[in-house]
Design a protein around this ligand. Structure first.
Ligand code: GDP
Ligand code: IMO
Ligand code: MG
Length: 429
């Protein structure tokens, strides 16, 4: 007998390029209409920017929905939690008048990112011959420990009689690994650093899968917030230049502890052009002059590390691939306004590889390094789109651009963002 379908709604919001697509903004807009927002993977490597009034918030570890008072915000088992970063962010939000107290929950199954994971992340990058360009937030080493079955979970830190031994053993292993990498073993930090904020954990620890299941059965609306993007997924991205989690929509069910059949909608967030921070292939990368121009127009600097993001034309091969991998039901196109002053706009419609043109996204970096994008050129629109609130308000050339994106990606556009503010949005469906 099959399980009855829940009366609630469950939407995944997922990045469709190399991260920084504007997920924070899109989640903030969609969060108005939901009851629960949950992160399902990644950690403080994320930097999700939300503008509320004239205030800017950059959320790393806490879901972007937190800026809506009274919404329940959860961090699922798929997330890796930097406890100090989490409470630092929690306290800053409180100081700024956002009240996270009593409405944030973290899965007991989520793995902990300790200070030593950050030390290991940096030490590994230093010795690597081919550097990933990580955010240095300890993400890779924490997921390594999880997969190697030696990780420490939030639930372990709740056990007062055991936690000291568990953390000490983890520190000891970390010291050995740092030495192995030729780094100073003392970079692990002290036991006290690793055990900070423990007294605050019981108040937030919860069974996230169960909470979401109950919410959906009660007819509530749930939003699952992805971090990073499809091309950074550990399986489906430009491996090894990826993050260490499944960023894609399949990771959402696994990462909060519900079944895939509980998910109704998958909204892909797509920047109107392409950016990438960190190393690895970016087939549609601009020439230096255009790169500088769009980086300035779009303020393309990392929200977590401040690094300049590399910029390029819209790549329909990547986003069409994201459509398939994530099972997208709609896309939210962001930062359309950044293109307002460009005379001409290009879209990559395919890749030329070894003499023939493909629309398939190659699996390996050697091929990705070889592909030459095939471009189509569309005229720019030359007027601001920032005040548009419906598709009809947009100039004809901007609408033509979006129509072509929709056609190439084979997924309907459900939202267009035309500025950083909450109000600067077009709900297309
Ligand atoms: P995320 O990681 O996907 O949440 O994206 P980030 O916050 O790292 O980067 C997106 C940046 O673009 C942030 O600075 C946002 O404030 C900004 N942004 C989001 N949507 C728009 C938009 O429609 N127009 C403009 N100009 N900026 C936007
Ligand atoms: P949001 O959620 C953009 C990139 C890093 C590096 C690679 C691996 O804001 O979109 P990691 O620290 O995860 O081991 O780094 O992934 N990266 C991101 N790039 N946006 C992000 O998050 C990213 N999180 C990680 O730059 O190339
Ligand atoms: Mg970001």
């Amino acid at each position: 007998m099959s399980r009855a379908r829940h009366p609630g709604s469950c939407t995944v919001v997922v990045g469709c390029q190399w991260g920084d697509e504007g997920k924070g903004k899109v989640v903030d807009v969609l969060a108005q209409d939901v009851d629960v927002i949950a992160r399902y993977q990644g950690g403080a490597n994320a930097g999700h920017t939300v503008h509320v009034g004239d205030q800017e918030f950059i959320l790393h570890q806490i879901p972007s929905g937190v800026l809506h008072p009274e919404k329940r915000c959860l961090l699922g088992n798929g997330v890796v939690l930097d406890v100090a970063q989490f409470f630092g962010e929690f306290d800053k939000l409180t100081e700024r008048g956002v009240e996270p107290e009593g409405r944030i929950g973290v899965s007991e199954r989520a793995h902990v990112v300790f200070p030593f994971h950050k030390a290991l992340d940096k030490a590994a990058e230093q010795v690597a011959s081919s550097k990933i360009g990580t955010t240095g937030r300890g993400i890779g080493p924490a997921y390594e420990d999880k997969t190697a079955r030696r990780g420490v979970r939030i639930g372990d830190l709740l056990l007062e009689d055991r936690r000291r031994d568990v953390v000490e053993a983890a520190l000891e292993r970390a010291r050995e690994r740092l030495e192995h990498l030729g780094a100073d073993a003392e970079l692990t930090g002290s036991l006290a650093d690793s055990m900070a904020f423990l007294e605050r954990l019981p108040a937030i620890a919860t069974d996230v899968g169960d909470e979401i299941d109950v919410a959906l059965r009660d007819g509530k609306r749930v939003l699952l917030e992805g971090a990073q993007g499809t091309a950074l997924d550990v399986d489906h991205g430009t491996y090894p230049f990826v993050t260490s989690s499944n960023t894609t929509a399949g990771g959402a069910a696994v990462g909060v502890g519900i079944g895939p059949t509980a998910i109704d909608q998958v909204v892909g967030v797509v920047k109107a052009y392409t950016t990438r921070v960190g190393n690895g292939p970016l087939p549609t990368a601009f020439e230096p002059e255009m790169d500088e121009r769009v980086r300035t127009l779009g303020a393309e600097f990392g929200a977590t590390t401040g690094r300049p993001r590399r910029c390029g034309w819209f790549d329909s091969v990547v986003v069409r691939y994201a459509g398939r991998v994530n099972g997208l039901t709609g896309i939210a196109v962001t930062k359309l306004d950044v293109l307002d002053t460009l005379e001409e706009i290009r879209i990559a419609t395919g890749y030329r590889l070894r003499g023939s043109v493909h629309r398939r996204f190659p699996a390996g970096v050697p091929d990705l390094d070889l592909v030459e994008p095939v471009y189509e050129t569309l005229p720019g629109w030359g007027v601001p789109t920032t005040e548009a609130r419906s598709l009809a308000d947009l100039p004809a050339n901007a609408r033509a651009y979006l129509d072509r994106v929709e056609e190439l990606v084979e997924t309907p556009i459900v939202m267009v963002s035309v500025g950083t503010r909450r109000s600067q949005v077009i709900r297309a469906a």
